[in-house]
Write a protein that binds this ligand. Structure first.
Ligand SMILES: N[C@@H](CCC(=O)N[C@@H](CS)C(=O)NCC(=O)O)C(=O)O
Length: 207
């Protein structure tokens, strides 16, 4: 059965799962989550995921949430995008704590909160944390092509989750050249698509 991924284009967390499936040729289809109109807070959505978050993966009666769990399921089913499991997990945990969680929150505050309501103190504080995380990634990629080992793994499809989006949150390729080269490498893999081309939902829908 075709797996369903509850997702929306603006979600880098959903993109991590979608990109993992796209690169492995997994049989999947997106189900649009109307996050910006509050769908993740509805009882119907909470019945699918008590955490009230996208992505949600459904396949043959199996429901999985948390992008990292979905990524691991796809890797286990396909035997792809996994090499040194502990090293891959190390970067998945890092990304969920210091990478995507902070990149996504800062991008949300700087772009999707109405301008007059943007919390400038929080934005300043989080910007410093994001710079530190990007420097960690830049340092790691300065001497290697891929996050783990000699080829793409879930560590790559996790850590890049928010880095293709055009909305500003303190990441510019010119400032992080090793990250920029790595993003080009991932984008050259068969099956790659930009998040706005991979999943339904785009800021222009609300313009
Ligand atoms: N650690 C989770 C994060 C998921 C997450 O925060 N998803 C956001 C969309 S990018 C969400 O649905 N948030 C709903 C909310 O916080 O109300 C994962 O990797 O799946």
């Amino acid at each position: 059965m075709t797996a369903q991924l509850y997702c929306f284009g603006e979600s880098g967390n959903a993109y991590k799962a979608a990109l993992t499936m796209a690169l492995t040729g997994y049989d999947w289809a997106p189900v649009f989550v109307d996050y910006f109109n509050g769908e993740t807070r509805t009882p119907a959505f909470r019945a699918i995921n008590e955490m009230g978050e996208a992505p949600v993966f459904v396949e043959d009666g199996l429901t999985l949430t948390q992008s990292g769990v979905i990524q691991l399921h796809v890797a286990d089913r396909t035997g792809r995008l996994i090499s040194d499991r502990n090293e891959v997990l190390r970067w998945l945990f890092w990304d969920n704590h210091k990478g995507s969680s902070q990149f996504g929150t800062l991008r949300f505050l700087m772009n999707f909160v109405p301008e007059e309501k943007r919390p400038q103190d929080a934005i300043r504080w989080l910007s410093g944390r994001v710079r530190t995380a990007l420097a960690t990634l830049e340092g790691h990629l300065a001497t290697r092509d891929w996050m783990v080992g000699d080829g793409p793994t879930l560590a790559d499809t996790a850590c890049c989750g928010y880095l293709y989006y055009p909305e500003p949150f303190g990441f510019a390729r010119a400032d992080f050249p090793a990250i920029g080269r790595w993003l080009d490498r991932i984008a050259a893999l068969p099956g790659w698509k930009h998040p706005y081309d991979m999943m339904p939902g785009n800021p222009s829908d609300r313009a």
